[in-house]
Design a protein around this ligand. Structure first.
Ligand SMILES: [Zn+2]
Length: 278
């Protein structure tokens, strides 16, 4: 139902980086071929059926219902199953070929996240599907493209980070509440549960402000930011976009594309400031 609007949710900075990367790599820009992607999807499915456990309505009705509700919200004929694998790490991943995919979630998330928070996690993974982030892999481009410049490699990492902001927006679209999305991010970053919402929001806001000062004013080596998950920035990006995304979900008509692009610029600014220092 909402699928037609999804592209507009893509983080503007991600779209810009994609354009620059395509221009730099030209005809070498290796979007994954149809056959290879299908092969990878099939191989992954075989591995999941062999090594993970499929989440069905019979096995875990609540979790399955939360997952299906995200698929319903997005619509657009997305077709994929959910698998769980034992792991204490809060992590999930997806590989897609067109509208077909499988989501793998680690058991710690199912044990420690409530149904609403899981909707954010599922929505985030489905966001990667909707935005076709599997159509090329940074790893493949770096390993298969000869003579790739450090500048292009840097752009690819920047794109990969920016794509997380796009996926988070679909996570919020699916769970429908900023506080739920923020709690999910907080739990993932800290490993802590049962912390008061006000404390979480204030802590994230302050940490974002301090991070911004650190990035803009302290001209030290910030290469650590490159691989850091940047939770405070993901938090800020969600906080700024929340009203519009919740309006879009409720189809209240108060969604503002113009305001949304202004939010994009604000978050792009901070990421560019990081990128300028590495
Ligand atoms: Zn992600």
């Amino acid at each position: 139902m909402l699928f037609k609007d999804i592209e507009s949710l893509r983080f503007g900075y991600e779209s810009n980086l994609l354009r620059i990367i395509a221009a730099q790599l030209g005809s070498e820009f290796p979007r994954m071929g149809h056959d290879k992607a299908k092969h990878l999807l099939d191989a992954r499915r075989k591995a999941l059926l062999g090594d993970a456990v499929r989440v069905t309505a019979y096995l875990l009705p609540d979790v399955h219902e939360a997952y299906c509700s995200c698929l319903d919200i997005l619509g657009g004929g997305l077709k994929g199953e959910l698998f769980v694998q034992q792991s204490k790490e809060y992590n999930a991943n997806v590989f897609a070929h067109g509208k077909k995919f499988d989501v793998l979630i680690h058991s710690a998330l199912l044990n420690d996240f409530n149904r609403e928070e899981l909707r954010f996690v599922f929505g985030h993974e489905l966001g990667h599907v909707a935005f076709e982030h599997s159509r090329f892999s940074v790893h493949d481009i770096l390993s298969e493209t000869k003579g790739i410049s450090p500048d292009t490699a840097n752009l690819l990492f920047r794109w990969s980070r920016a794509s997380e902001v796009s996926a988070d927006r679909v996570g919020l679209l699916c769970c429908g509440k900023l506080t739920t999305a923020v709690t999910a991010l907080f739990k993932t970053a800290s490993g802590l549960s049962d912390i008061d919402m006000d404390r979480i929001l204030r802590s994230f806001r302050r940490q974002y402000e301090d991070l911004e000062i650190q990035i803009r004013e302290v001209s030290s080596d910030l290469s650590w930011v490159r691989t850091h998950p940047m939770m405070p920035i993901r938090f800020k990006a969600l906080e700024l976009a929340a009203l519009d995304i919740v309006a879009l979900r409720g189809q209240s008509g108060s969604f503002s594309w113009k305001g949304f692009r202004a939010i994009d610029r604000q978050i792009a600014d901070i990421l560019e400031a990081i990128d300028a220092t590495v």
